[in-house]
Design a protein around this ligand. Structure first.
Ligand code: 6PG
Length: 238
């Protein structure tokens, strides 16, 4: 991880503001159909709430998710439920532009298959072409153990090269089955951003910076990568 990939801010508020500007600039630079991949977890909520008030071309924006917890859609732990409450319920996005990972199927495996098919239909091909990234923007989070999406340390999903979405076990709370996009898909984007806040992330972030093997460090997007971090995550304050 080179320093030019890092956008460091003082605290969680400033971090959300910096990511907001990045989000706005990236989306406004998009074409007639803009695909963004959001993430769950608690850190992006602040960004999502800021984006409620921004004038964005929502009728042209399609929203996907990098991973989902296999709980009912109205469960507060459901990632899309959080994204709806914090952002999507407050903007004029057409219903059909919101691409949730269904958790009302027989299994996470089935949900992963359905989401993979939905992504391929949206993309219009079964193979990802580096010249034509799937997403305009992918927002990533990182757990205390260095996981991103639901790609946890030691998981077979980390090396999945064919499937676009797979079922995965949770390595951290909440311990519910997951559905996650795989690295080749998360990497197929014009802009990729990590949003990392708080002292609990300092150890994992240090490992990423040293080039050690944590899942988040494996992400090699086709487009530009930015790590939005705050001072606490950088280990500069407690
Ligand atoms: C999930 C997330 C996960 C998350 C990180 C960071 O479903 O849990 O997608 O990958 O981004 O765990 O989460 P926090 O922002 O809550 O620290």
């Amino acid at each position: 991880l080179d320093d030019h990939h890092i956008n460091q801010q003082t605290d969680a508020d400033a971090l959300a503001r910096a990511a907001e500007q990045w989000f706005i600039d990236t989306v406004r630079a998009g074409s007639d159909r803009i695909a963004v991949c959001l993430t769950g977890g608690s850190t992006p909520e602040r960004l999502y709430r800021l984006l409620q008030a921004v004038d964005l071309p929502w009728e042209r924006i399609h929203v996907f998710l990098s991973d989902e917890r296999f709980v009912p859609p109205d469960d507060p732990r459901n990632n899309m439920s959080m994204a709806r409450r914090a952002l999507l319920d407050h903007v004029a996005i057409p219903t059909n532009n919101v691409h949730a990972i269904s958790t009302e199927t027989s299994s996470p495996e089935e949900s992963a298959r359905l989401y993979e098919a939905e992504l391929k239909a949206f993309y219009g091909a079964d193979r990802l072409d580096p010249e034509r990234p799937l997403f305009d923007l992918v927002l990533n989070g990182m757990g205390d153990d260095g996981h991103t999406a639901s790609l946890f340390p030691g998981s077979p999903a980390l090396v999945e090269a064919e499937r676009w979405a797979v079922a995965a076990d949770a390595g951290m709370e909440p311990h519910v089955p997951r559905v996650t996009l795989t690295f080749p898909v998360l990497e197929s984007c014009r802009a990729s951003g990590f949003l990392v806040s708080g002292a609990s992330k300092a150890v994992a972030l240090d490992r990423v910076r040293k080039g050690e093997h944590v899942p988040a460090a494996r992400l090699k997007p086709v487009g530009r990568l930015t790590w939005f971090i705050d001072r606490a995550a950088a280990g500069e304050q407690r």
